[in-house]
Design a protein around this ligand. Sequence first.
Ligand code: NAD
Length: 469
Amino acid sequence: MMIARKDISSEIEKTFHKHQKRAYSLRQENFRSRLKVLRELERWIHVNKEVIREAVYNDFKKTPEEVAISDIYPVLTEIRKVKRHLKFWVRPKPVRNSLPFWGTSSRVYYEPKGTTLIISPWNYPFMLAVAPLVSSIAAGNTAILKPSELSPHTSSLIKEMVSEVFPEDLVTVFEGGVETSTKLLRLPFDHIFFTGSPAVGEIVMSAAAKNLTSVTLELGGKSPVVIDETANLKDAAEKIAWGKWLNSGQSCVAPDYIIIHYSAKEKFLNYLKLYAEKLYGNLENYTAIVNEFHYQRLREWLAEAISDGAELVYGGKVDDAVKKMGPTVVADPPPDSHLAKNEIFGPVLPILTYHSIEDPIDYINQRPKPLALYLFTKKKSTIKKMNLNTSAGSMVINDCVLQFGHPELPMGGVNTSGFGKAHGHYGFLAFSNEKSVLKQRTGFTMAKTLYPPFGKFKKTVLELLLRHF
Ligand code: NAD
């Protein structure tokens, strides 16, 4: 046992040193070599679509269609975007000069950060490991990937994929749980990209602080849905049923709870039940809860809320043998219940009511800033009010979850829901150092007019500078 532990540590260290060497040589390579390897990755994914679907199914019974939509398609979109735009993204950007800088020429260069570490969760096990990898490679880095131990089939497939597509000193996968993560986190990477829970995000950030490594933290939390009395309730119910119960509610941007205007509640719930049945009524084709721990956790939280006075409005169907829980709606869980306090990350959807739009705004502002905030309304003034008075990683009006897949939008949270942004150009920037390069002329420069001693002329220049430039 001791020997095995020592082996993985030394293997990790050896690999890391190889990555450091490679990262240095990558700086000299043209961006076309990044595109070449990403094309290879794209080809592998196309050839192995079925194998990916099978691996994710084996992890938690996710249907092939859902894997295609939410695990494979977003990665292919990321690659396509890089293929189209990388030559523009890597181009140094000239900047304008103000008076003291006349005569200089300045540019922002996008240099690779160097060695990167990507730690990913199990809930979209292929996409959340491979999409950041695409950004890291696009930016010219090496990457070590540590997928989640809770999705072992996908994790081992990613390892296989990486060994087929990438040289070992460019991308390497280390499988395992906390122990492997902890060992990796001790190393002085140039950037760490972590996707997971706020609790582990804290651990990752403390470890990164020891080496002053920059971090992108893609975390979670409770994402609220506010529905006012003007919303189209049928349309809202259909969209929320899909966004919440896709992947059995195990999505970082899934609606966590609803706050609805009291006058709309009954009608909305009737529509919601209708769409829950229509979209996910059959447990047989429904995604399972990832493991026994989370399955029992959800059952306990539900039972606790109901025994403390919440009303089971819909669902509650379970199948212990396959760890499945159908779409479930609970009205008014007590404020100190787990359902009201913690990220649910499962198919249970609490619903609360409000009278004045200030109530949900206050409720949201008294809690950690959400990863996503969803608002269903026809009123422009409500959209404006919500946008101005709340903070969240993203806000969606009259839909939910879609923002995650939009390739032009930055994906990320604020404070406890994370920081740093992912996807497309934002992903490229997260893995790049925006380096300022300023080139000065020799001889007379404007800056020299501000060197001491200060005679009459220099004092006039200074005055002008303070007033106008
Ligand atoms: P998690 O934080 O438990 O695990 C994530 C990763 O961290 C895994 O690879 C795991 O092995 C590793 N890990 C776990 N404990 C660790 C420790 N003590 N030290 C170092 N590494 C450790 O998260 P999870 O259960 O896999 O995923 C669910 C969470 O992730 C939810 O909070 C969800 O909202 C969030 N999430 C966020 C996004 C996003 O894009 N913002 C996407 C998906 C999931």
